[in-house]
Design a protein around this ligand. Sequence first.
Ligand code: MF3
Ligand code: CO
Length: 247
Amino acid sequence: MICKTQQDIDGMRKANKVVSEALKYAETLIRPGISTYELDKLIEKFIIDKGAIPSFKGYDGYPASICASVNEVVVHGIPSKSIVLKEGDIISIDIGTIVDGYNGDAARTFPVGKISSEKQKLIDVTKQCFFEGIKNLRVGARLGLLSSAIQNYAESYGYGVVRELVGHGIGHHMHEEPEVPNYGSPHKGIIVKENMCLAIEPMINMGRKEIYMKNDGWTIATCDDSPSAHYENTVIVTSNGVEILSL
Ligand code: MF3
Ligand code: CO
C-alpha cells in the first residue's frame, strides 16, 4: 500500500530509528583489522537488543543481517571472516529492520582509517546526491524529477550511476511500489502522493556505471573495479515537505 496512515507512519519512524542508531553504532566499530563477519554479528546483536528484527536475514535466502560492501563492491556484499578491513578502504553498510511489522532501510559509506581524497569525494558526492534528489521530491511532482536530479549531480563529477538497482517504496514490506531510479527523465515516473514512504538510495561508481554479480549470487561489483559508494534513507513525503526517518 503506497500511502501510509498516521499509524503506519509512527511504525515506520520506530523501525527507521533503530536503523539510524545501528548505522551510528556501525561507524564506531569500523577500523582496520575488523572483519565484515564481526561487524555483522555485533550489529545483529545491537538490532535484536533494541527489540527489532534484522530484515535482511533470510530475505530471498540472504545469509546475514547487514550488507557490507567494500571498495569496488556496490551493494549486497555478504559479510565474511575472510574480508578484513584495511586502512584506505571504503565500506558501505546497509541495514534493514522490522519493528511492529514495519520496515526500516538505510545505508552509509564509511572510510576505514585515512582514505584518499578521491574516495572521500565519492562518499561526499553520493551523500549529496540523496539531498539533491529530495529537493525535488514533493506531493504532486513527478518522481522523475528526483531521479534526474540525482543523475545530473553524480554525472557532473564524471561518476557512473548504477542502473540495474533502484530505490523503492517501503512499508509492511521492504520492497514496495514504486521503483525509485537514480537516473532518468524529469518528465517520467509516477506522480508523488501524500504520505508515500520511499527508500531513496543512490549507488554511485567512481568510474563506469556497469556492474556484475559475483558467483555467490549476491555481491554486486563494478565492472571496471572502480570504488563505489551507497547512501540510503527511508523518507516520508508529507504535504509539509520530506521527513527523513533514518537520519
Ligand atoms: N537496502 C537493500 C535494498 O534496498 C537491502 C536488500 S539486501 C537483502 O534492496 F539482503 F535483504 F536482500
Ligand atoms: Co533499500
